[in-house]
Write a protein that binds this ligand. Structure first.
Ligand SMILES: CC(C)(COP(=O)(O)OP(=O)(O)OC[C@H]1O[C@@H](n2cnc3c(N)ncnc32)[C@H](O)[C@@H]1OP(=O)(O)O)[C@@H](O)C(=O)NCCC(=O)NCCS
Length: 180
């Protein structure tokens, strides 16, 4: 369990399946994520949960549940595989319900994850890709110390057209300096 200011990050469990199923199939949520997500059945998500719960090494990456102080599931946050040389990983997150967004939970969850990645796992860099029009997410990432490293023009095709993405990243020394 990782403790943030107003949220906690915990391991996923089977009771999360219904919420995950709803969110994985929510077009409003996926329109912000910038991917061509196809509809996912409960069996598929269950198999994904199995694989997630079977992971034994931190180097395999992990998806964690974002929960409020009452234990209510708000969304998920993840980091990807990394190697011992580069010590960099891809991160991502979402809050499932739109009325939970813009209230600081994303910043809280991401800062809590970065603290774990940089201070506990000893990673050096966290990076992500975000739809260039996703102003709320970009503001959240900037609050967490992420800087734009470049624009990936016409990077993905969905909803009938190409979309630009931003590559953003934060490195541990800068993050520690900003956190002081
Ligand atoms: C992206 C996401 C995780 C961010 O979490 P969040 O809790 O909504 O963001 P936060 O409230 O922590 O931070 C957003 C900041 O942007 C500000 N903001 C609010 N609305 C905004 C808007 N329309 N445009 C720009 N900034 C905005 C907030 O005030 C806040 O800044 P502050 O801390 O100085 O007040 C969440 O919005 C989400 O799940 N969105 C849908 C899925 C998604 O886009 N995932 C990311 C894919 S890359």
């Amino acid at each position: 369990m990782l403790i943030g200011k107003n949220i906690q990050l915990r391991a996923l469990d089977r009771d999360d399946l219904d919420d995950l199923h709803r969110w994985w199939n929510d077009p409003e949520l996926w329109s912000h994520m910038g991917s061509r997500r196809r509809l996912s059945g409960k069996e598929e998500i269950d198999a994904w949960l199995d694989a997630e719960l079977d992971k034994t090494s931190t180097q395999e990456g992990k998806t964690l549940a974002i929960v409020d102080p009452d234990g209510e599931l708000l969304g998920t946050i993840w980091y990807g595989t990394y190697d011992a040389a580069d010590r960099q990983t891809l991160v991502g997150l979402y809050l499932g319900e739109s009325d939970q967004r813009g209230r600081g939970h994303g910043q809280d969850a991401l800062s809590t994850l970065l603290d774990y990645l940089f201070n506990d796992l000893g990673l050096h860099k966290a990076r992500l890709m975000v739809l260039a029009t996703n102003a709320l997410a970009i503001a959240c990432y900037e609050r967490c110390g992420f800087k734009t490293e470049g624009t990936l023009r016409d990077h993905r095709f969905f909803a009938g057209r190409f979309h630009d993405f931003l590559g953003m990243a934060v490195i541990a020394p800068e993050w520690r300096k900003a956190a002081k």
